[in-house]
Design a protein around this ligand. Structure first.
Ligand code: FES
Length: 313
């Protein structure tokens, strides 16, 4: 006998048995789950979007009406319309995407974004870079020179980052935050991160000799920190453009490691998680460090050089 009731879990809302003849929207409304459904379940609005967390194979096929709307809004594979979707077998775990009308602009304009990324969990290698002594430098030079130098540095660093398939997630004046491993294995992303860090340091030496000393009588130094870990990543639409965000505890740790480069007097410091995945690890000094806002002590590997030109005050 074919079972006509299946189990549905709406994350943060409710869990109940659902009849295979009722759409997820109908069944949820009956259970008083506050679903958005602007068009009344006619596959015309897409406000009933759900994220499939588990059990995609237990859902009904995409019908013609849903397919049309999916094409229009370019919905990703793991998003369905609750009003057109039925649970056919087993159990499913889903999440409402629009909690209320204030969420509409976050998603309904996503048709402008061809490569929508509404959120996934990844293990990425994260690299933070910061220019040393930049505040006193900025105070002593014309604003034009300050911007010019940062442009010069980041233009050259960006080429290297792209070469190693890193993605710049943020810049904050004199710092960069880069993530590696969106399309690669963890091991490959770790190697890319470390090689990218070394390539940046090498390029900086060249720039110092051939450019900054010559035209500005300055030598620039950077501190680089890297860590590997689980992160949440997705797109944020700002000014109608997608900005990729990568967030999580691992990001905080990577940022703290970068901050420690100053105290450890080393231009490139990586965590044990990164170091352990290198087949041919570089020579390193090891130390165990406590970091602000991070509970446990971390084993860190100093793989760069001592700062040469200016000592931080
Ligand atoms: S309620 Fe409008 S598309 Fe589902």
């Amino acid at each position: 006998m074919v079972k006509s009731y299946h189990h549905i879990n709406l994350v943060n809302d409710a869990s109940f048995l659902i009849n295979s003849k009722e759409s997820i929207l109908e069944a949820s409304l009956k259970k008083n789950v506050p679903f958005c459904c602007e068009c009344g379940g006619k596959a015309r609005c897409s406000t009933c979007r759900i994220l499939i967390v588990k059990g995609e194979e237990n859902l009904s096929e995409i019908n013609a009406a849903e397919a049309k709307l999916r094409t229009y809004f370019e919905l990703p594979k793991n998003v369905r319309l609750a009003c057109q979707t039925y649970v056919k077998s087993g159990s499913v775990k889903i999440k409402r995407i629009m909690n209320d009308e204030s969420d509409y602009p976050l998603y309904l304009r996503n048709k402008l974004n061809k490569n929508e990324n509404i959120g996934r969990e990844l293990r990425l290698c994260l690299l933070f870079l910061d220019v040393r002594n930049f505040t006193p430098f900025a105070e002593q030079h014309l604003a034009f020179d300050v911007i010019h130098i940062i442009r010069k540095l980041f233009f050259n660093f960006e080429k290297i980052i792209r070469q190693f398939e890193g993605k710049i997630i943020e810049t904050n004046g004199d710092g960069l935050y880069v993530a590696f491993g969106f399309e690669k294995t963890t091991k490959a992303s770790v190697l890319d991160t470390v090689n990218c860090g070394f390539a940046i340091l090498k390029e900086l030496k060249r720039l110092n000799t051939e450019y900054f000393q010559r035209y500005f009588n300055e030598e620039i130094e950077v501190g680089i920190g890297a860590h590997l870990g689980k992160v949440a990543t997705g797109d944020l639409l700002l000014e109608n453009r997608p900005h990729q965000i990568v967030m999580g505890y691992a990001v905080n740790v990577a940022a703290r490691i970068q901050e420690l480069t100053k105290k450890l007097d080393n231009s490139f410091v990586i965590s044990e998680a990164v170091y352990e995945l290198l087949d041919v690890p570089p020579e390193a000094e090891v130390s165990s460090e406590k970091m602000k806002g991070v509970k446990e002590a971390f084993i860190l590997y100093k793989i760069g050089e001592h700062f040469q030109y200016k000592k931080e005050k």
